[in-house]
Write a protein that binds this ligand. Structure first.
Ligand code: 5GP
Ligand code: ZN
Length: 112
């Protein structure tokens, strides 16, 4: 998807604060942070949402990068939340699979 916002970020066409990347995934800071640490972890390949994923490797790779970045951001010991908003009721606003990594403060439950 050439005109997808996050595909454009992967290609470097839209500047973001990149934090880490692997061959498969990229982690960067959310433009509108909802917590002291708020990163997005995305696959470099385009998936519209979690509904488009057909094997375990994509989400596995995203989760491992989230774990790595949680450690490098210093929130692994205090704890953090990983969220994958999916579809309309899930509150997904960008149509490229992404994992929110939130930390640096206590997260409420249940989410809104
Ligand atoms: P969603 O609502 O789809 O789960 O999350 C999309 C996230 O992408 C939002 O938290 C939003 O702030 C973030 N976002 C949208 N556009 C940009 C952008 O251009 N740059 C960055 N860094 N984050 C963005
Ligand atoms: Zn995309």
């Amino acid at each position: 998807m050439t005109d997808c916002l996050f595909c454009r970020i992967v290609r470097g066409e839209i500047p973001v604060a990149r934090v880490a990347e692997t061959e498969e995934c990229l982690a960067f800071r959310d433009i509108a942070p909802q917590a002291p640490v708020h990163l997005l972890v995305i696959p470099k390949a385009h998936f519209g949402s979690l509904e488009d994923v057909t094997d375990a490797s994509t989400v596995g790779a995203m989760s491992m990068l989230a774990q790595q970045v949680a450690r490098s951001e210093g929130i692994a010991a205090s704890g953090y939340r990983c969220v994958i908003n999916t579809g309309v009721d899930g509150g997904q606003s960008v149509g490229h699979l992404h994992l929110h990594l939130l930390g640096g403060r206590s997260q409420g439950w249940p989410p809104g």
